[in-house]
Each structure stands twice: as C-alpha cells, then as structure tokens.
Design a protein. Structure first.
Length: 213
C-alpha cells in the first residue's frame, strides 16, 4: 500500500541524531528543519513522540526537562528539533539566561529552519512566551503552526470553542498566515493536519502521488 503522505514514512523511521547544548554543536545547517517550541510542560516532547510513533523525545511530569536542543533525523536532509522548555520558573536564572541566549541564537541564525510548531496547553493558551514567539515569527517571516495540546483534557465542545477563540485572537493580532489546530498525544488527535503542515514545509507534499516520468 502506498502511503498517502510521504512524511508519514519518514516520521516512522526517524532516529535520534544528537543533543546540542550550544548552537555550534547543531548538525550542519543544511536541508530542512522544523522545530517544536513552546512553554515548559506544553507537550512538545509528547507531540514529537506521537508524530514519530516512537519514544525518541523524553517527556516528563517535571517542567523544564528538555534542556538541550535535541535533533531527530527523518532522512539525510530533513530533521525535527525538540527545543528546551521556556519559562519554567524553577530553572535557575543562570541556566535560564544560558538557554535564552542559545535559543535566540538558534532561532535567529538557523538557515535550514523552515517552520516552527508552537505548542500551547489548551487550558493555558497565549502565555507571555507564546506572544513573544508569535511576534518573532511574524517579524522574521518564519512560518508558524500552533498545536493546542492536551485537547483531551476538555470536552470536545470546550476544546472547539477555545480553538475558535484563540484562532480569532491570532488572526486579529498576527494575521492569517499562522495556522492552528487541536492536538492530543494520548488520543492521537490532530495527526493528519500536523503531518500535512510538516510535509509542506519539508517540500514533501506532492511526491507521494507523483506519477513516474
Ligand atoms: N492528557 C494529556 N497529557 C499530555 C499531552 N501532551 C503532554 N502531556 C503531559 O504533559 C506533561 C509534559 O509533557 P512533555 O511532552 O514532557 O512537555 P514538554 O513541553 O516537552 O516539557 P519540557 O521539555 O519540560 O519543556 C507530561 O506529563 C505529559 O504526559 C496530551 O496531549 N494530553
Ligand atoms: Mg520536552
């Protein structure tokens, strides 16, 4: 059977590549990279694991767990990146400053970064960190797609209402280029939409249905 979306096959075969404590430890800045950003505990690692059908990224009940830039290889030119959680109060200040510097250097300087997936806990959307990231994405012309995570924590109706409200706020404040959807890791909700976004950014959208020349 042919996979409808080739990104699925790549995600299923993804492997851990390396952890970088600093920008100069990142893999060569070539090809296509998509980074998963969000406030600490928003569900970045869980979303990444659900999309890759593997337990590649470490998840934790303790916010602030991901403290390195973790790279996952999809193929020779494509990577996903789990970014460290941002804004966790209990992380010591020097470590916070260290991460802020390196995250900013990564986001600002990474040529191969094709898009940013921003995770927001559906029960606490639009934190100060999220607003900063939205501003940054618009100012730098970086494509952004938002996952409202932990949608399983609300009834479907309440989740849908939150989606519509946050979507309207974002359109008003940041324009309609930024897309948004519901997501749940345990329920595996929202996978198809997320794959479509990844495939588009990684220029894989049409290859699966191409007829050979
Ligand atoms: N119910 C539910 N829980 C989730 C979901 N996604 C994540 N969680 C839980 O939320 C907690 C944090 O998830 P992580 O994926 O580790 O969050 P993170 O954003 O990577 O956190 P840091 O790396 O610390 O910044 C864990 O206990 C997860 O099991 C979801 O969709 N539904
Ligand atoms: Mg994490």
């Amino acid at each position: 059977m042919q996979l409808k979306n080739p990104i699925l096959g790549l995600c299923q075969q993804s492997t851990f590549m390396l952890s970088a404590a600093k920008v100069d430890q990142c893999p060569d800045d070539e090809g296509f990279e998509v980074a998963f950003a969000g406030r600490s505990n928003a569900g970045k690692s869980s979303a990444l694991n659900t999309l890759t059908h593997a337990s590649l990224a470490r998840t934790s009940k303790t916010p602030g767990r991901t403290q390195l830039l973790n790279f996952f290889k999809l193929d020779d030119e494509r990577r996903l990146v789990d970014l460290p959680g941002y804004g966790y109060a209990k992380v010591p200040i020097p470590l916070k400053l260290h991460w802020q510097r390196h995250l900013e250097a990564y986001l600002g300087g990474r040529e191969s970064l094709k898009g940013l997936i921003l995770m927001m806990d559906i029960r606490h959307p639009m934190t100060d960190f999220d607003l900063l990231m939205l501003d940054w994405a618009v100012a730098s012309g970086m494509p952004m797609h938002i996952l409202l995570t932990k949608a399983d924590k609300l009834t479907y109706g309440a989740a849908k209402n939150t989606l519509l409200k946050v979507q309207a706020d974002i359109r008003r404040g940041w324009g309609d280029a930024i897309t948004i959807q519901l997501f749940s890791a345990p329920k595996r909700m929202g996978l198809e939409d997320a794959y479509t976004v990844l495939a588009g950014w990684m220029e894989l959208a049409d290859k699966g249905t191409e007829t050979p020349a």
